[in-house]
Design a protein around this ligand. Structure first.
Ligand SMILES: Cc1cc2nc3c(=O)[nH]c(=O)nc-3n(C[C@H](O)[C@H](O)[C@H](O)COP(=O)(O)OP(=O)(O)OC[C@H]3O[C@@H](n4cnc5c(N)ncnc54)[C@H](O)[C@@H]3O)c2cc1C
Length: 576
């Protein structure tokens, strides 16, 4: 197979032990060994490979392609049993931009999928611009993975997810041709439907499916601020309010479905994104809670002040940060290091009995405000502090950038710290991304806690309080014979609870191997069937990342597959 592929593929084709081992892991709990890892030079390579796989699928039935960027996927979305296609080695370039869009308040940029976000951000920030759906993994991940997962982050509360920033993409469909996917007007869609091409068939299939199942689809939409579970069929057809001249607004955008589909419907080779001006000043109001009961009301109150972000982390996260404090000092420079150490003093004092009731607060809530100048930002912070006085909580407004940085470092780095440091036990992201409406939190969180407390597990809780999205990361010893049983049992119990509160089992981290078996539980049989029809329309031979989003018999998507593929030796994989 390797020699056959080398004839049609100009990039690197590797199967050394070291490479296969590295690519058997992403940031999930799984280990799945690929047959070959390929590094495409350009989109011709990707086209040729997809064509070759489609032709040879009957000869090698297990053939498939898993697109991969930085491999930080926490759901097992970036690993597969056959060919893994890594974009970060060569297809990581800037294609064009940033260029201003009509009124200069927005900009656009076109990049290849393998560009790391950290490199991308250097280009945008140099122009005072930002892609505001960046993730907590922004120092590790790449643009193609954000496209694949419909990623989101701390600013999603105000600015939305990746799907809101994809203007256009070049995508290779299952016939091995590259298509430009962008929003189509009614006339453009009608024209597309008349063409005699593979993508025309896809447009036909999807628009028919939406029309035939309008009611089921509408009723199945989870009522939460963000959702990465299943195929996101809801926003493909946008029949918005009438335009100024009374015409019907109609937009049909397949990117709404492709973004977040984990490379199961097609492979993106170029992405054009919308950028926004980055706010010049920002400040944090940190609120310390010892009792979680008022959290829902507090979140509601803070949201009325329209913060940029509303984040949270728990006492175990702070403990971890204090314990592994030297990790935070890396890359800060000498002066930065001292400033940072100084800002960390209150956390050290919390170790001393008598300060903050002799320990860490149960939860820290961070509300960030931003604006054009310091005065505006200070005013917003003061307003909030005044507004939440009635809660009688300890509140602190940050005074310097390094102090804000401390809170952000703790919030963003906790998962990475856990993965690196705790011996014998390993981070187990399987109920890592649940979301319910914030108004349910006062009831939901105690119920969640009561489920978790029945298990002898250490876990950290951090997340996006403003959206009601929490990341629960237990630590587990995967050598325990009952590890798989606990994972399955807890997933069932926690997802039942989430569904009872009309939430979603994944707000941003996506389904992959870990959640695909639970999609039917969340959406019901009818929608699960619609998902498999979507997969068939795009990928009739099941060559793109099988077993994710739609269950297969032997290539993933079942609880049995989860149990059989949990990595026993959990050395945190190296990310580029
Ligand atoms: C410490 C840590 C923190 C995290 N925080 C967040 C967070 O705040 N928000 C969040 O959303 N996620 C978060 N994640 C999960 C993950 O980092 C993001 O989803 C990220 O965007 C994935 O990017 P990646 O480059 O690593 O993609 P990969 O892991 O390589 O791939 C992700 C998915 O995209 C698909 N894909 C890759 N390339 C393409 C392509 N060219 N075309 C089509 N599909 C493709 C893959 O098949 C896979 O299913 C976190 C992970 C870690 C380890």
């Amino acid at each position: 197979m390797k020699e056959e592929i080398k004839k049609i593929f100009r990039g690197d084709v590797e199967d050394s032990e070291e490479t296969l081992k590295k690519y058997s892991r992403d940031a999930s709990i799984f280990e799945i060994r690929p047959k070959l890892v390929l590094f495409p030079k350009d989109s011709e390579d990707v086209k040729n490979l997809v064509k070759w796989v489609a032709v040879n699928k009957s000869k090698y039935p297990e053939l498939s392609i898993t697109a991969r960027c930085a491999g930080t996927d926490m759901s097992g979305g970036a690993i597969g049993e056959s060919l893994v296609l890594d974009f970060t080695r060569y297809m990581n370039k800037l294609v064009g931009g940033p260029l201003p869009l009509e009124n200069k308040s927005k900009w656009e940029i076109t990049v290849q999928p393998g560009m790391f976000y950290r490199d991308f951000e250097k280009i945008t920030l140099a122009k005072g611009l930002i892609l505001p759906c960046y993730t907590a993994s922004k120092s590790l991940n790449a643009i193609g993975g954000m496209y694949g997962n419909n990623s989101a982050g701390e600013r999603t509360l105000k600015y939305g997810k990746m799907e809101d920033y994809v203007l256009e993409a070049k995508v290779i469909f299952a016939d091995g041709n590259e298509y430009i996917v962008k929003p189509l007007s009614k006339n453009e869609l009608d024209k597309k439907l008349k063409e005699n091409s593979f993508d025309s068939g896809v447009y036909w299939g999807v628009s028919n499916l939406i029309n035939e199942h309008q009611d089921e689809i509408r009723l199945a939409k989870p009522n939460v601020h963000k959702n990465s579970a299943g195929y996101y069929i809801w926003n493909v057809e946008d029949r918005g309010p009438k335009t100024k001249n009374g015409a019907e607004r109609y937009v049909f955008d397949l990117n709404k479905l492709l973004v977040g589909s984990q490379g199961t419907l097609g492979i993106a080779t170029e992405v054009t994104l919308k950028l926004l001006p980055n706010n010049k000043y920002s400040k944090l109001v940190a609120i310390f809670m010892n009792d979680l009961a008022p959290l829902g009301r507090l979140v509601d109150e803070i949201l009325t002040e329209n913060p940029e972000t509303l984040e949270t982390y728990d006492d175990k996260t702070i403990k971890l940060a204090v314990k592994f404090f030297p990790d935070f000092l890396k890359n800060k420079g000498l002066i930065g290091m001292f400033k940072f150490m100084w800002s960390f003093l209150p956390e050290f004092f919390m170790l001393v009995p008598g300060f903050f009731g002799g320990g860490f607060p149960k939860l820290v809530v961070l509300a960030e405000f931003a604006g054009e100048n310091e005065e505006i930002v200070n005013k917003k912070c003061l307003n909030l502090v005044e507004k939440i006085k009635g809660f009688k909580l300890k509140v602190h407004t940050t005074r310097s950038e390094s102090e804000s940085e401390k809170y952000w470092d703790i919030r963003r780095e906790s998962f990475a710290l856990l993965r690196k440091h705790v011996r014998g036990k390993h981070t187990a992201p399987f109920i890592d991304d649940i979301i319910v409406q914030p108004k349910f939190l006062p009831k939901f969180l105690p119920e969640l806690n009561s489920i978790l407390s029945k298990y002898d597990l250490i876990f950290t809780l951090a997340g996006h309080a403003g959206d009601g999205n929490f990341h629960i990361i237990p630590l587990m010893d995967f050598k325990r014979p009952d590890a798989a049983k606990i994972i399955m049992e807890l997933s069932d119990k926690v997802y039942d609870l989430v569904i009872r509160y009309h939430g979603s089992i994944t707000a941003e981290h996506n389904d992959g191997i870990i959640r695909t078996p639970y999609l039917e539980k969340m959406y019901g049989k009818e929608i699960a069937v619609i998902f498999s029809q979507i997969k068939k329309i795009f990928d009739p031979k099941n060559i793109f990342n099988p077993g994710k989003k739609v269950p297969t018999e032997n290539m993933g998507g079942t609880k049995k597959y989860i149990a059989e593929h949990i990595a026993i030796e959990h050395n945190a994989p190296h990310h580029s």
